[in-house]
Design a protein around this ligand. Structure first.
Ligand SMILES: CC(=O)N[C@H]1[C@@H](OP(=O)(O)OP(=O)(O)OC[C@H]2O[C@@H](n3ccc(=O)[nH]c3=O)[C@H](O)[C@@H]2O)O[C@H](CO)[C@@H](O)[C@@H]1O
Ligand SMILES: C=C(OP(=O)(O)O)C(=O)O
Length: 487
């Protein structure tokens, strides 16, 4: 049944940002003007035919620096929309996803300055409540701006988001959760049209998530942080990125309790102010490099990391035979050198799940490793229903994997690598990472297409791997640059 949606009927004087909302309505014509449209569509396009060429067999050694977390940076960028004034963000990763998020904010009239991992985000010039749909349609986090816009300004129109093609990825929990906070929401022409009925303000409420969705938890936490009264969210996601966003909101003046547990209690505030904040290290990038050390039977060190974020992976790699040492509070040494571990790595079983279970974003990479380990292993993907597309590509490299729905049975090897180089395609971000890893362990040359997926979430992956000793190059060679002269 179609819902009524007429923001004019619902917005009244009780939202303190009311004069600003009227201003936004007047300036909506400006927001649709060609200048802003150009800005809105100023989303970086990488050459579609880039390839990564990996020559297998190199050993890795040395140290690698881990960048700021993609998923935390994206959520925090959305969170800046809750804040008046300027947020100053440190340790921001230079990724095509963060550049897309910046273009989403700029399409709203937000001023974003970028230099060397620092971003300042000034929302005072915001002049639209409808971000560029093209940009939102590129990344999953595009939808995260819905909660902040709705809670601060009382209305928003946001296109359905993009992101990795790993399942249907519905948005029902976002919509039901925001309705529980007093929003009227209609899905029309591929866009979410939302407004707050209580005089332009969301109201605190209770909502139980059927599944601990990361994005829905983050969206509802941001929305509740400026709603009238108290909100209680149960069965929420406990991922470290959710906790990082909570810390950002708390630094902005929000009242959020329980981050990292299954229950969030949030007392809404009238206004939040842009803080200074440092994004946590990327646990998935860190995990990918740990697997790089394991799959090449090498020894490397990585920092900065938060070891508590990596417990599940450390357990699995240790069970396989890797030696993992914490040499400083934020440094891990990973060794799979046969001489040091006294033999070869043994296969193990993995089932993905919400944090603190094994992360789905490490599933493709760990599967590459298992194709090189001794014995049989089983990988079960339980978070996304179609996140096994890398299996076909790994099979092209000679991997012996049998797929039964979302379970993969992997026949490892007894001695020496069974993988051999081939031409393969990255179908999503982590499948791309898994192919790079497999290519490093394979005999001969592996050519990987679909590199734009990898650029969404890894900062300088090939340069970091080359510094460790891997033979990996991008063709045609290019330096990935940013947009608009300020990123
Ligand atoms: C930008 C970002 O932070 N991306 C991460 C985020 O994605 P994202 O936030 O999209 O992932 P979710 O936690 O929401 O998805 C988990 C499961 O919940 C389902 N679901 C989700 C929302 C909803 O309204 N209804 C519903 O059924 C999804 O289809 C999926 O099966 O968490 C995922 C799970 O850790 C990670 O793989 C992604 O890297
Ligand atoms: C699935 C991922 O990202 P997104 O949610 O942005 O598509 C990922 O980072 O592996």
């Amino acid at each position: 049944m179609a819902l009524l949606f007429n923001p004019q009927n619902h917005i009244s004087q009780s939202n303190p940002e009311k004069p600003y909302i009227n201003f936004l309505r007047r300036t909506s014509a400006f927001a649709q003007s060609s200048h802003v449209q150009n800005l809105q569509t100023h989303v970086e396009k990488l050459a579609p035919d880039h390839k990564l060429v990996v020559v297998g067999g190199s050993k890795l050694s040395g140290h690698v620096n881990i960048s700021g977390s993609k998923n935390s940076a994206l959520a925090v960028l959305a969170g800046t929309l809750c804040c008046s004034g300027t947020s100053k963000l440190h340790n921001m990763p230079n990724l095509s996803d963060t550049r897309t998020m910046v273009s989403i904010l700029r399409s709203l009239g937000v001023r974003v300055q970028v230099s060397n991992g620092e971003m300042t985000v000034d929302t005072d010039g915001l002049c639209s409540l409808e971000p560029c749909s093209d940009a939102v349609g590129k990344i999953r986090a595009g939808l995260f701006v819905l909660g902040p816009l709705l809670t601060r300004f009382g209305e928003a129109v946001v296109a359905l988001p993009g992101g990795c093609d790993i399942g249907a990825r519905p948005v029902d929990l976002y919509i039901r959760g925001l309705r529980a906070l007093g929003a009227i929401i209609e899905l029309r022409n591929g866009k979410v049209h939302a407004c707050a009925v209580n005089g332009g303000k969301l109201v605190g409420g209770r909502f139980h998530l059927d599944y601990p969705s990361v994005g829905a938890t983050e969206t509802l936490m941001m929305a509740a942080s400026m709603a009238d009264g108290m909100t209680v969210l149960t069965n929420v996601a406990q991922e470290p990125e959710v906790v990082d966003l909570a810390h950002f909101l708390i630094r902005s003046g929000a009242h959020v309790e329980g981050a990292g547990s299954g229950k969030l209690v949030i007392n809404g505030r009238n206004q939040l102010h842009g803080p200074e904040f440092t994004i946590m290290p990327d646990r998935i990038e860190a995990g990918t490099f740990m697997v790089a050390a394991a799959i090449t039977r090498s020894h490397i060190s990585i920092s900065p990391v938060i070891p508590l974020h990596l417990l599940c992976l450390v357990d699995k790699l240790s069970a396989a035979g890797c030696k993992i040492m914490q040499s400083t509070p934020n440094t891990l040494e990973v060794s799979a050198l046969p001489a040091k571990i006294g033999g070869d790595l043994q296969g193990f079983d993995v089932k993905t799940g919400p944090f603190p279970k094994f992360p789905t974003d490490m599933q493709p990479q760990i599967m590459s490793l298992l194709t090189t380990c001794k014995g049989l292993s089983i990988v079960e993907e339980s978070v996304f229903e179609s996140r096994m597309k890398h299996v076909r590509e790994l099979q092209k490299l000679g991997a012996k994997i049998h797929l039964y729905g979302n379970n993969a049975l992997i026949h490892g090897k007894e001695q020496g690598s069974d993988l051999s180089g081939s031409q393969v395609v990255a179908t999503d971000l982590r499948s791309g990472a898994s192919l790079v890893l497999a290519g490093m362990a394979a005999e001969g040359i592996t050519v990987i297409d679909g590199v734009t997926h990898i650029d969404r979430g890894y900062e300088n992956l090939e340069m970091k791997l080359r510094c460790l000793g891997a033979d990996i190059r991008r063709h045609p060679f290019s330096i990935v640059t940013g947009t608009g002269g300020t990123i």
